[in-house]
Ligand binder design. Structure first.
Ligand code: PGA
Length: 277
């Protein structure tokens, strides 16, 4: 895992947006896995800016969203369909037919989940998956004790998640109890993953996911098994990590960063990093 800590939320999202833009510039028909929630908002804002001001092209992009609430129609302002439309899709040139979001209103969830998984495979798999993390350590709606091999399915939301997400609804009772979500196993098949986390209320989950044991109690910890995960954190979200100094030091050694001379045994690492960026 690569851990990149930025002083502010906006800075963190701009850095993550650069990786998305680079992916699209290298592979214009990339398949993106997208997340909802407060965390990726500034990332989407920056992607919209890059599209409008710098011509970042989404015309060949395909997208798959992680999850949707069961029972909410796509025109419900609390649905993730609505969120994605308002915050990204209506501002960029992704063809409508290339957008995939789990249905919260299908009459056959089992068949829909199977179809969703098949669509991901048919599109060549997800090149770059964007993730947030819940305060209970979930990725997508894979709540504690979700199988680390799970696939797209219906999940019952944890109480913590319902409480956390109540802020988007008029009343806590309005938060749906069920969601349709990609599984941990589905997510781990993405080629590359960006995990974003901001704010103090994420610090404990972030520390457990990055530095704790791999456990279904913190489904984000399964990302430790993936070969290419970049975690973008703000200072608050990073505040309970034990190795913050080490992660900062690695960052300071990046080519072009204002820093002291690198330790000789890191020169190879620096060379490799400059090749992949
Ligand atoms: P948030 O949600 O970005 O709204 O904090 C993240 C998540 O639950 O995955």
């Amino acid at each position: 895992m690569e851990i990149i800590i930025k002083d502010t939320y906006d800075e963190m999202c701009r850095s993550a947006a650069k990786i998305v833009a680079k992916t699209l510039n290298c592979k214009p028909d990339a398949v993106l896995g997208l997340a909802t929630g407060s965390t990726p908002l500034a990332l989407y804002k920056e992607l919209v800016r890059l599209h409008q001001e710098d011509g970042l092209d989404f015309s060949q992009v395909t997208t798959f969203n992680l999850d949707e609430y069961v029972g909410l129609r796509r025109d419900n302002p609390q649905s993730y369909h609505y969120f994605m439309h308002e915050n990204l899709f209506k501002h960029v040139n992704i063809p409508r037919q290339n957008i995939h979001i789990p249905s919260g209103t299908t009459d056959n969830y089992e068949a829909f989940c199977r179809w969703y998984e098949e669509q991901i495979v048919q599109c060549g798999g997800i090149d770059l998956q964007i993730l947030g993390i819940g305060s209970d350590g979930h990725i997508a709606f894979n709540e504690p004790t979700s199988s680390l091999g799970s696939r797209t399915r219906i999940k019952t939301l944890a109480r913590q998640t319902i409480e956390d997400n109540a802020r988007f609804f008029d009343k806590p009772e309005d938060v749906p109890i069920y969601a349709i979500t990609m599984g941990v196993g589905t997510i781990l098949e993405a080629n590359k993953i960006l995990l974003l986390a901001a704010g103090k209320n994420k610090a404990q989950a972030v520390a457990a996911a990055i530095e704790g044991p791999i456990t279904s109690m913190i489904t984000a910890s399964a990302l430790q098994l993936h070969r290419e995960v970049i975690c973008f954190l703000d200072r608050e979200a990073a505040s309970q990590l034990k190795l913050v100094d080490y992660y900062d030091w690695i960052e300071s050694q990046r080519p072009g960063a204002p820093s002291q001379a690198p330790a000789p045994h890191f020169s190879k690492l620096r060379q490799l990093r400059s090749e992949v960026r």
